[in-house]
Design a protein around this ligand. Structure first.
Ligand SMILES: Nc1ncnc2c1ncn2[C@@H]1O[C@H](COP(=O)(O)OP(=O)(O)OP(=O)(O)O)[C@@H](O)[C@H]1O
Ligand SMILES: [Mg+2]
Length: 405
């Protein structure tokens, strides 16, 4: 606040000084002026001189004195009429020095008649003392400082609030937001911070939960493994080792897909060909049009689709079929995988995309996987700027991929 206030005050004063200077310069340059500044007062001087000469010629010195007294009284003291020899007509004093001192801008002014017989000397009023403007300028200074202060407060308050929020957020209070309602750039900044904070909070919370899930998932096979080793049961040990290494490679895949830029979508993919290969290897019912293409990483995309197909195959009961269906539309490519199994309880439809989430029945089932398949698929599809969703098709589950062309 202090430094913003100081800067603003200096800035305001500088602006004021510059605008004053600019005003003066413009004024001097653009105001039409007579070639000789005396011209402005020429008429007045001429009139004074004519009247004085007239008074002198008609009423002699008495008349002249009366007229000059009047001038001294009404204008400024110091009016004299001189003859051709620069002598004061009233007193006879030599006033050639005063006449010589007369300059266009000096207080002494001299005006000589056309025939050169008379000269009128007058004294201009004293120039105003520049210090007399001081009270006026101090008023302006106080007002400017006040305005700078108000403006500085207006700027500094939201900045201070933003700073406090950023600090608390940095200290770990992930729920801190500015919730600014300002419409200026400071408001934009605050809102951008809020958006960033939202994203960071989601990410950090998700990563934290993932870590908890991972340690939880690792614990049971490890316990079983150590028991199996103690009891010398190689089969169980082998099974658990296989499960652990599967878990670890899936986790690595999931993390790598997001973190490694080289895994980002780049290559052109012949989607029709890929889907046909999947159809063949899983023996699916399918409708796949020719000529489906998209951009991306073929390996990631294939694993994503295969993960979903594997789920469908696993959950299909009693010789039911799994249907793979693809189509291209304006908005993008849609791929649907549908089975005729039990589906997923409606409340858990969004949950199945979470890492390690499994519907209760699948936790106890031997066939159950790690619970990472859909999470990995979803991350892969998001990397391709697409989306993944699931709905109960009654019977069975239908999982839909959408991908941009
Ligand atoms: N086609 C489906 N029918 C019914 N439930 C399903 C279906 N697909 C997924 N689910 C449920 O969603 C859970 C999560 O699926 P996901 O693919 O992520 O994990 P998983 O298949 O259990 O393990 P993984 O794929 O890692 O081997 C499954 O455990 C299951 O409960
Ligand atoms: Mg799966």
């Amino acid at each position: 606040m202090r430094s913003i206030f100081a800067k603003l005050t200096i800035w305001f004063f500088a602006t004021l000084a510059v605008s004053f200077a600019a005003f003066m310069v413009t004024n001097i340059w653009f105001t039409p002026r007579p070639a000789d500044p005396r011209l402005m007062f020429m008429g007045l001087h001429q009139l004074e001189l004519d009247t004085a000469v007239e008074a002198y010629q008609q009423g002699g010195k008495a008349e002249l004195r009366a007229y000059l007294d009047k001038l001294d009284r009404y204008m400024t003291p110091g009016h004299y009429l001189l003859d051709a020899n620069n002598r004061d007509i009233l007193t006879g004093e030599d006033r050639s020095r005063q006449k010589a001192a007369a300059r266009p801008r000096s207080p002494q002014q001299a005006f000589t008649s056309a025939d050169g017989r008379f000269t009128m000397i007058s004294t201009a009023p004293p120039r105003p003392d520049p210090l007399s403007f001081l009270p006026y300028f101090s008023w302006i200074a106080i007002l400017v400082a006040l305005m700078a202060w108000v403006f500085a407060r207006h700027l500094a308050k939201p900045l201070r609030e933003l700073r406090e929020t950023v600090r608390s957020f940095g200290a770990g209070e992930l729920s801190m937001r500015t919730r600014s309602r300002r419409h200026d750039e400071l408001g934009d900044l605050a809102r951008d911070f809020d958006t960033m904070a939202d994203r960071l909070e989601t990410l950090l919370t998700a990563e934290r939960r993932l870590l908890q899930d991972i340690s939880h998932e690792l614990r049971s096979p490890l316990t079983r493994l150590s028991l199996a080793v103690q009891m010398g049961r190689t089969d169980t040990a082998k099974q658990d080792i296989a499960r652990l290494s599967e878990l670890i490679s899936e986790l690595t895949d999931m993390t790598r897909a997001e973190g490694d830029p080289s895994q980002r979508p780049t290559d052109p993919i012949d989607l029709s060909a890929m889907l046909k290969e999947i159809q063949a290897s899983f023996d699916l019912d399918a409708s796949i049009p020719e000529g489906l293409h998209c951009q991306g990483r073929a390996v990631l995309l294939r694993r994503a689709i295969e993960n979903v197909v594997q789920n469908a195959v696993r959950h299909t009961v009693g010789g039911g079929r799994v249907v793979l269906q693809a189509e291209a539309a304006e908005a993008g490519i849609t791929i649907r995988v549908r089975d005729f199994g039990p589906g997923v309880p409606e409340a858990m439809l969004a949950e199945i995309f979470r890492p390690f989430f499994r519907v209760q029945a699948d936790r106890s089932r031997d066939s159950g996987g790690v619970g990472l398949g859909l999470a990995i698929a979803q991350r892969a599809i998001r990397l391709h700027h697409g989306s993944l969703s699931a709905r109960n098709a009654q019977p069975g589950l239908e999982v839909t991929f959408t991908l941009p062309h």
